[in-house]
Design a protein around this ligand. Structure first.
Ligand SMILES: CCCCCCCC/C=C\CCCCCCCCCCC/C=C/C(=O)SCCNC(=O)CCNC(=O)[C@H](O)C(C)(C)COP(=O)(O)OP(=O)(O)OC[C@H]1O[C@@H](n2cnc3c(N)ncnc32)[C@H](O)[C@@H]1OP(=O)(O)O
Ligand SMILES: Cc1cc2nc3c(=O)[nH]c(=O)nc-3n(C[C@H](O)[C@H](O)[C@H](O)COP(=O)(O)OP(=O)(O)OC[C@H]3O[C@@H](n4cnc5c(N)ncnc54)[C@H](O)[C@@H]3O)c2cc1C
Length: 633
């Protein structure tokens, strides 16, 4: 083991295993995750790590081991495929969940055990604006069939992932059967028997290469009436239409995935922090004091400023992910019982946190990569591949700006309810105080009150202020004679800023609540330090907001930076131990820089030597192209 890494792991001030248990949701979950990883994957003789041929093996293994819990499916898949996506990802996270949530019982029993499929909603002309989808579904009572058709080039289904060219069970959305309603259809197209179907691949992408994203053009293709997923809405044999309780129930799978993406952003950021911080502990470069040995780059304050706030953010997002999926499970359970009362709040929370966490993690991955210098640009680090695989999460499952505006819609509605004298509950209850809060500057003292509860309050006031400013912008636009839609559009910068601040407050609040639950003194102490770092770092980034909200004075601004520097120094001794607690296996990280043993240089040389370009002393291209050319010169 590298001596630097060894030294970093001495004198731990907290129990790493206990922190790993907290991240997993308990010791039992840690044990089960490791059992799946060590026994069911790594020690399985059939396991040929991540090669394409192993996809069928993975499916059969999941069935053989009886792994059906969504999170356990993800544990198994993550170990099997490492940090990359794989061809069946969409089947597990979109196709199956849609069948689980949108099929009636007869359809569920008929289809769920049997098929692998994709989710074809987006069209070439519309991904965001679902009410603009053009694919038609026309019911023919004479044959009890729907006629599916792509009337325009822009209606061609575009992007469905995992578009298996041989057999194409897919779920797709078509234009409304009645006022703004969408319906899901499951259509098992076996190509040789179905004319009128044109499918293909949409071509090379920025990444996401393990997933074959395709296109689908339908020319008056007929499918049985029974293929419409009928849990919430039905078309009867006589063609009559039974409306769902809410037209938004059809959007349920997207809400599910957005809820998963929040925790996934934390996982991906934790992977990158593991790589960058372990590497920074073994990389020596330049000098701090002339004549002395080159220091670990982790001892440079700028390196700590790059990485430690991201480390705190990774923990924050992992805890936010736990809260999000718990909230999703609770509210979706109520929805299943017919209680839709919290569906708007679930939508607003999942949409906003999905955008907030993916935007932040996306930037953070690049910071981690660049903090590793040239070796961060090498594929051996895994960081370029992680970035390329993660960055579309800012676009898919709801483009982030649009998602933030959906949250803003909920915030504006809530603000208006407060103005009308209503008492709010839930995540927006802080708006009840928006008119009564004394926004006067805090105590004149130039010292910041570092109590975590106080910091949460400051973020709450900042969010409330920005919600009010956005609402006032809309009111001012209306007062200038703009229609409601133009008043909204002319305020969307403020609206996104308000949603971002709302999500930032929510994430810090979740972090604080999680820290409050931690009983072990050592773990509580180090997590409290990270939560403070997360809050203070945000105050440094958005100082203007806190000044404008009157919760920070000009005299206190220098202490924000001073406090930040102190917290960076406080985290330094525990940095490697804090990434060890994420418990990412070397095989899954697949990173020379992030190895648990820190033996980076030896592994990097071996990695380079294994390149196909190094199979021969002289590359065949010399003999094939250069040597003949030299002979002519
Ligand atoms: C069960 C077994 C399964 C195993 C599962 C394994 C799980 C493994 C665990 C972890 C894995 C983690 C992996 C995570 C990463 C996954 C990556 C997967 C790859 C994904 C590949 C990409 C796929 C896609 O992109 S699919 C297509 C996605 N497309 C979209 O998201 C479209 C975005 N657009 C929209 O959603 C809508 O158009 C809209 C919301 C923007 C606007 O809708 P619209 O009808 O126009 O509504 P609007 O007029 O704006 O508002 C009217 C009112 O409706 C309310 N509302 C809107 N949406 C919702 C909703 N969803 N719910 C509730 N209410 C909603 C809105 O607020 C308005 O209300 P108001 O009161 O009038 O204000
Ligand atoms: C890797 C990847 C995999 C995908 N897999 C699938 C899949 O399996 N199945 C599937 O159905 N789809 C899939 N998609 C498609 C994805 O869901 C859409 O790309 C996404 O919903 C965004 O829609 P769009 O592409 O139409 O972008 P647009 O909505 O056209 O966005 C373009 C710009 O317009 C802006 N904009 C749009 N509307 C508004 C508004 N109301 N207010 C302000 N700004 C706005 C956006 O902010 C953005 O800046 C995938 C996409 C990617 C990248």
């Amino acid at each position: 083991m590298n001596p630097d890494i060894l030294r970093e792991r001495q004198n731990a001030t907290f129990d790493i295993e206990k922190l790993t248990n907290i991240l997993d949701g308990g010791a039992e979950r840690t044990n089960r995750r490791r059992e799946i990883r060590e026994v069911l994957v790594l020690n399985d003789p059939d396991f040929d790590y991540g090669t394409p041929t192993s996809l069928p093996t993975m499916i059969l293994k999941l069935r053989e081991y009886g792994i059906s819990d969504p999170v356990e499916i993800n544990w198994y898949k993550s170990m099997y495929w490492g940090t990359g996506r794989e061809a069946l990802g969409l089947h597990y996270v979109m196709f199956l969940p849609t069948l689980y949530t949108q099929c009636d019982s007869e359809q569920f029993n008929k289809w769920v055990p049997l098929i692998i499929g994709t989710y074809a909603q987006t069209e070439m002309g519309h991904g965001t604006h679902l009410r603009g989808l053009e694919t038609t579904a026309t019911f023919d009572p004479a044959t009890q069939e729907f006629v599916m058709h792509s009337p325009t080039v822009t209606s061609i289904k575009w992007w469905p992932g995992g578009r298996n060219p041989l057999f194409l069970p897919l779920i797709f959305l078509s234009i409304p059967l009645s006022a703004s309603l969408f319906d899901l259809f499951l259509s098992g197209f076996a190509l040789p028997t179905c004319s009128g179907i044109v499918i293909g691949d949409i071509g090379p992408k920025f990444g996401f290469d393990a997933v074959d994203n395709g296109y689908l053009k339908l020319e008056h293709v007929r499918i049985p009436r029974e293929n419409m997923l009928m849990k919430y809405a039905q078309v009867k044999p006589d063609g009559s239409y039974v409306k769902p309780l809410s037209s938004k129930l059809t959007y349920g799978t997207m809400v599910f995935i957005r809820s998963l993406i929040v925790g996934n952003a934390g996982i991906v950021l934790s992977q990158c922090c593991t790589i960058a911080i372990r590497y920074s502990a073994v990389r020596h470069q330049s000098e701090i004091r002339a004549g002395e040995a080159e220091p670990q780059i982790l001892d440079y304050q700028t390196q700590q400023h790059k990485l430690f706030p991201l480390l705190a953010t990774a923990y924050a997002f992992l805890f936010a992910g736990q809260y999000m999926i718990d909230t999703y499970n609770r509210i979706s359970g109520d929805i299943n019982q017919g209680d839709l009362s919290e569906m708007p709040e679930l939508h607003a929370l999942s949409a906003g946190l999905k955008a907030f966490t993916t935007w932040t993690a996306n930037t953070g991955i690049e910071v981690c990569r660049m903090s590793c210098g040239g070796h961060g640009y090498s594929r051996s680090s895994a960081l370029p591949d992680i970035y390329v695989e993660f960055t579309p999460s800012c676009t898919y499952e709801g483009e982030n700006t649009v998602m933030m505006l959906q949250t803003a819609r909920f915030l504006m509605k809530s603000y208006r309810q407060v103005q009308a004298g209503q008492q709010l509950s839930g995540a927006v209850s802080y708006l009840n105080k928006v008119h009564h809060r004394v926004m006067a500057p805090q105590a004149v003292s130039s010292q910041l009150d570092l109590n975590l509860n106080t910091l949460v309050d400051l973020y709450e006031i900042r969010a409330a202020m920005l919600v009010e400013l956005a609402a006032q912008s809309i009111q001012q636009e209306s007062a200038r004679g703009k229609c409601q839609e133009d008043s909204w559009n002319n305020s969307t910068i403020d609206l996104v800023r308000a949603s971002d601040a709302h999500c930032h407050y929510m994430v810090l609040k979740m972090f604080r609540d999680k820290v409050d639950q931690i009983e072990d003194p050592g773990v509580h102490s180090v997590m409290s330090t990270l939560a403070h770092l997360y809050a203070i770092h945000g105050m440094g980034n958005f100082t203007g907001d806190f000044l404008q909200a009157g919760v920070l004075t000009g005299a206190q601004v220098p202490s924000v930076s001073k406090c930040l520097k102190g917290l960076l120094a406080e985290v330094r001794p525990s940095a490697v131990l804090l990434v060890d607690a994420f418990d990412h296996h070397d095989k899954m990280l697949n990173s020379v820089l992030g190895r648990h043993d820190g033996n980076v240089y030896e592994a990097m040389f071996e990695w380079a030597r294994s390149s196909p370009l190094n199979r021969t002393e002289v590359h065949e291209s010399f003999h094939k192209h250069l040597k003949p050319l030299q002979a002519k010169l």
